[in-house]
Design a binder for this molecule. Structure first.
Ligand code: C2E
Ligand code: SIN
Ligand code: SIN
Ligand code: SIN
Ligand code: FE
Ligand code: FE
Length: 384
């Protein structure tokens, strides 16, 4: 949204603020001039901050009134206006804001869900201009459409977070810290993989966002497992284990309609996180609706053909490493937590058998980041 708005408006920089109650959160920002000064591959770092929805700032005023503001020159603002341009952000960034177009992101019901700010209008010759009345009109229409898209994304995200909370009610071991750790480990692995593969930033960022939520939902299918199996304090017998294994299929079934790229990611993770590199994992090539072998993919024993190696989708191979590392490191109703040395020895032993050997190497190379995530989401913090 920001990229498109900047292109159409000819803006050197821009910001999207999203509203949370009576605050605006500085949520997305782009700045061509500052980005050009960075070494290749580096990202702009902005500390995120909030400003109140009130008359004291431009963005706050626009959110409060629902009216747009077009300021041709921040140095010559009408002194009777209630707000001042706050030069502190310019000073921190080493950047000078001249012209500024600030537009409310307003849904069809009139609710302001955020603010779009375009900074420094530039023409082809890089001359400093101000935003025209026509640009202002075009941007108002565009902002209306953007607001609807943002609102929809927010609702989708909320529903997904509620689904995660629902799984937590069913299985109190499936705690916030556990799903956050598995998601965190998975992201570290994916980023290391994407870097090694030389993946473009745009694709990597998009996939990364999907993987984060998908990894949080890896065990969501456990909601369908009866308590007697799910919460059994001791070892599962063969029959109980077969019931437990169904959590991969029932989890994947939730995303069967594949309505978005995210659904595809969530299905890949739920279905494949217990597949093994050597083909000894489960559930193999199954039909999600019936849980039976996929047509033409039945083995001689009548069971589904297994998946191995690169047949297993990448997100499944990543989630397997993340999930087992956390399972071994944590207390479970059937086991005590292991120390890190023991966990790493066990995982190394399973290289090329349970785990994709190259991904496991990346995992070991990233241990400092992995430990950071463990520290950030400790179990004791679960209730707070
Ligand atoms: P979980 O506790 O999150 O375990 C996730 C995975 O960690 C396991 O998937 C397994 O691949 C791995 N894992 C656990 N212990 C070891 C180990 O000693 N060595 C290695 N290399 N990997 C290990 P799995 O076995 O398919 O189990 C899936 C889920 O089934 C488990 O999730 C847990 O909820 C349940 N489960 C498995 N075994 C038992 C059991 O004996 N008793 C109970 N009550 N539940 C069990
Ligand atoms: C404001 O809108 O007054 C604060 C944000 C900015 O300076 O860009
Ligand atoms: C969506 O499909 O936009 C929601 C899931 C996500 O945040 O990636
Ligand atoms: C889990 O790994 O996802 C849940 C742990 C458990 O219920 O034992
Ligand atoms: Fe699982
Ligand atoms: Fe798990």
């Amino acid at each position: 949204i920001l990229n498109h708005a900047r292109k159409v408006g000819g803006a050197d920089a821009g910001t999207i603020f999203l509203r949370e109650e009576n605050k605006l959160k500085f949520s997305y920002t782009q700045n061509s001039t500052l980005e050009k000064r960075l070494p290749p591959g580096e990202k702009l770092i902005y500390t995120s901050f909030e400003i109140p929805v009130d008359e004291n700032s431009l963005a706050g005023y626009v959110a409060l009134t629902g009216k747009s503001l077009n300021i041709p020159n921040t140095e010559k603002m009408d002194p009777t206006l209630p707000f001042r341009f706050n030069r502190k952000f310019d000073e921190a960034a080493g950047y000078w804001t001249h012209s500024l177009l600030t537009i409310p992101l307003q849904t069809t019901t009139g609710e302001v869900i955020g603010v779009l700010q375009l900074i420094n209008c530039r023409n082809q010759e890089d001359e400093c201009l101000y935003f025209s009345e026509e640009t202002e009109k075009i941007m108002s229409v565009f902002a209306g459409m953007a607001a609807i898209a943002l609102e929809r994304a927010r609702m989708t995200r909320l529903m997904i977070l509620r689904t995660i909370r629902m799984a937590e009610m069913r299985d109190p071991k499936e705690t916030g810290p556990h799903v956050n750790r598995v998601a965190g480990f998975a992201l570290v692995l994916y980023e290391a993989w994407a870097h090694r593969e030389g993946l473009g930033k745009k694709e990597a960022d998009e996939q990364r966002d999907h993987l984060r939520i998908a990894a949080m939902l890896h065990d969501v299918g456990k909601v369908s497992i009866p308590d007697a199996v799910l919460k059994k304090p001791g070892k599962l017998n063969a029959q109980e284990y077969a019931v437990m294994q169904q959590h991969t299929i029932s989890g994947a079934r939730l995303f069967i309609d594949k309505a978005s790229d995210f659904d595809k990611a969530a299905m890949d993770v739920a279905l494949n996180h217990h597949e093994r590199w050597d083909g000894q994992g489960y559930p193999g090539h199954v039909d999600l609706v019936t849980g039976l072998p996929l047509k033409g993919l039945t083995g001689p024993d009548g069971r589904p053909l297994t998946k191995s190696g690169a047949d297993i989708p990448l997100f499944g191979r990543i989630a397997a490493i993340a999930d087992v590392f956390d399972a071994l490191s944590s207390r479970r109703c059937y086991k005590e937590p292991w120390g890190e040395d023991e966990v790493l020895t066990e995982m190394e032993k399973c290289k090329g058998a349970q785990f994709d050997p190259q991904l496991l190497d990346l995992f070991f190379a990233k241990l400092p980041a992995i430990r950071g995530i463990q520290k950030r989401y400790r179990e004791e913090d679960a209730d707070s």
